[in-house]
Design a protein around this ligand. Structure first.
Ligand SMILES: Nc1ncnc2c1ncn2[C@@H]1O[C@H](COP(=O)(O)OP(=O)(O)OP(=O)(O)O)[C@@H](O)[C@H]1O
Ligand SMILES: [Mg+2]
Length: 309
């Protein structure tokens, strides 16, 4: 069913419900997307739209309510064999949003970076483990000697590099990076972004990059999915999405992206999204390939309208 030749990850009709007082809350609602091997895929949406929940479902932290998640063609959500679980734990790694909160303050960097290795017994002896840690620290731009230090000795950017090392040491095939730069100083965001981008290239990884706003993912992603209130409203190649955004929500997000040119920026008008612009009383919206490899959630009348203009 995937439209990709060599998908590493396929998410099909995925829903995730949370138990809340008085019933269930659907945080992820019928979500569909695939990630091509070697691709950088962006998942963009406002706070509370379900991005982290999707990431956590992929790495098996969150249970799913319905739908399938496939890793290299094999279903990895729900009950799966132990061997496969171990493989997923190793091959799909997540990098977390807040490097100040996500590192265990009482553990040395050596232990923090090795935690996943211990869990899957991913090394033969102490010497091998230590050399893996030191090599990985170098790969993320840190000194191997840092292994014997504690997190509080590091800056936000360095801590996020430690977070990246912790993922990288597992030799993952897919990294889910959950807003990895949004908690960082503006001045060091680009460095961490470039590091992720170059690691993806040199290691031949696939990367799912979660972000709040489109400008962050513009230059590093191949394709972008835009999510709102648990539903993906649009998905397409990055250039296509920027050139010809279809869904009014995507257009609103784009209107909030600042121009680098101050003159143009001065005249920029951001257009808020008004959900009442849709009339779904007769025809409900459906996930549709409106243009080649460019999907949108809408009914046929509005899709005709969006693709024409
Ligand atoms: N364990 C939970 N129990 C109940 N509700 C939850 C739980 N985890 C998340 N939610 C709710 O699910 C929705 C999606 O949350 P999620 O963290 O996935 O959003 P997000 O897009 O990552 O937001 P942010 O950009 O702020 O990180 C939110 O309404 C959130 O309150
Ligand atoms: Mg989140």
């Amino acid at each position: 069913m995937s439209d990709l030749e060599n998908p590493i990850l396929e998410v099909r009709d995925l829903s995730v419900d949370f138990k809340v007082r008085g019933g269930l809350f659907r945080a992820v609602d019928n979500v569909n997307f695939s990630i091509q091997a070697g691709e950088t895929f962006g998942l963009v949406g406002e706070s509370g739209s379900g991005k982290t929940t999707i990431g956590r479902a992929i790495v098996r932290i969150n249970e799913t309510s319905s739908g399938d998640i496939l890793f290299k063609g094999r279903k990895i959500n729900g009950k799966i064999p132990r061997e496969l679980d171990r493989e997923v734990v190793q091959k799909i790694q997540m990098i977390f949003q807040d490097p100040m909160a996500s590192l265990n303050e009482r553990a040395k960097i050596d232990y923090i970076v090795s935690e996943g290795l211990y869990a899957v017994q991913g090394f033969k002896g102490e010497a091998e483990r230590l050399s893996m840690v030191r090599k990985t620290l170098l790969e993320v731009g840190l000194l191997p000697e840092f292994a014997s230090r504690f997190p509080h000795e590091f800056s936000g950017g360095q801590r996020q590099r430690i977070g990246i090392a912790r993922a990288l040491v597992m030799s993952p095939e897919l990294i889910v990076a959950d807003e990895p730069i949004s908690a960082l100083d503006v001045s060091i965001r680009a460095q961490v972004l470039n590091l992720l981008s170059s690691l993806r290239q040199t290691k031949g990884l696939s990367l799912m990059f979660i972000a709040h706003d489109l400008s962050v993912v513009r230059f590093i992603t191949d394709r972008i999915a835009v999510i709102r209130l648990g539903r993906i409203v649009e998905l397409g190649r990055t250039e296509d999405l920027f050139q010809k955004p279809l869904h009014p929500y995507t257009r609103a997000l784009l209107s909030a992206v600042p121009y680098p040119d101050p003159k143009r920026e001065k005249g920029r008008k951001s257009k808020p999204y008004d959900p009442s612009c849709h009339d779904y009383s007769v025809h409900s919206p459906a996930w549709t390939e409106a243009l080649p490899s460019h999907f949108v959630l809408g009914n046929s009348a509005e899709i005709e309208d969006w693709t024409r203009s």
